[in-house]
Design a protein around this ligand. Sequence first.
Ligand SMILES: NC(=O)c1ccc[n+]([C@@H]2O[C@H](COP(=O)([O-])OP(=O)(O)OC[C@H]3O[C@@H](n4cnc5c(N)ncnc54)[C@H](O)[C@@H]3O)[C@@H](O)[C@H]2O)c1
Length: 382
Amino acid sequence: MSRDRVINVNLSSGEHYDIRVGSGALGALSSTARELKSCRKAVVISDENVGPAYGKLVKKRLEEAGFEVSDLLVPPGEPSKSIELASELWTALAQDGFSRNDLVVACGGGVVGDLAGFAASTFMRGLDIIQVPTTLLAMVDSSIGGKTAVNLACGKNLVGTFHQPIFVCADTRCLKTLLEEDWANGFAEIVKSSFIAPRRSFYEWMRNNAQGLLEHDIDLLTDAVYMTAEFKASVVAGDAHESGQRECLNYGHTLAHAIETAAGYGTVSHGRAVAEGMRFAARLSVEVLGCDVSVVRATDALLDELGLPEIPWVAPPERLFKLMKGDKKARDGQIRFVLLRDIASWEVRAVPEETIIEHLQAWCAAKQKLIDKNGGKMWGQK
Ligand SMILES: NC(=O)c1ccc[n+]([C@@H]2O[C@H](COP(=O)([O-])OP(=O)(O)OC[C@H]3O[C@@H](n4cnc5c(N)ncnc54)[C@H](O)[C@@H]3O)[C@@H](O)[C@H]2O)c1
């Protein structure tokens, strides 16, 4: 029995949309799409993994609502977030006679959401888009907030737009087919939210339900998606263009981006890198903000329980430091961290270089021990 819940996102710009979360939420897609759009045409953009299963179902739902529906498939994976594929999508829309009032539906993970969002926001200066996220990460993060992007050879997400969806439909039944690393990516973002969201009860709920989440209990997953999506929606509503509050979403990401780059994209998944980044930031919070050390223990325990243990991977501390300094979120050469005063209370601080280097050295030494224990093998090495 589906028990959908709806989050209303009300942006200061006046834009608003609903996020529907439930194990059966797709059942409402036909009626909601029709209420929102009176147009004739719709296109479902998906990837080759998701299209044959969930994309097909989305197409059926839209046809039931009387849309004339086409579908476009892109190859799965990060390389699809490219200007070349965006251009292929623009061309397909043009050849199919899409006009300004028609509808784009993105069905897939964050890659499809970002690419389809970018194509929709730029084709004819902007077509409406509905996001149907199918990974845990996309449900709790990428489908909400309107950030779209493609990558350049010299960096990730360097070209993009802000383009809010008109509806987000997160059906948690889609999660049953996810692969292991995609669970890790989603859980890392959920853990992140549970530490920075303003209610401590979110973290406490996570601590009490980590085992059930790890076992993929659909009701618990639906609750976790709802709480995380609600939190992200509240942050985005207050800061649609990422000029202030939204910075908190970067918790754990300063070191994570450096790890992902140093390891080579895809070697350490985003979720595992964020998990490492949160362990690091929690320790830094103790020194810089006087946060209680119990928060470090809470961070370690929750990550361990959710299948995000420390990983045997290391790079020279100077290299990680240099990458952090070059991060697009650094300002005037100062590395800024989202740090915790406590669970549910955060602050952004520019941390002195010596402090960062000291912590990086300690982090690297601990990692080296883990690698030695692992027979000298780093994460990702056969
Ligand atoms: N726009 C934003 O605010 C934002 C936020 C966070 C991340 N992102 C972007 O999101 C992307 C990562 O998204 P992702 O982690 O969802 O990866 P992804 O889109 O690459 O999906 C991961 C894999 O899972 C497959 N998949 C999707 N749904 C599935 C399902 N239900 N069952 C089985 N397999 C399924 C996909 O085909 C793919 O192979 C990155 O490009 C990142 O930059 C964007």
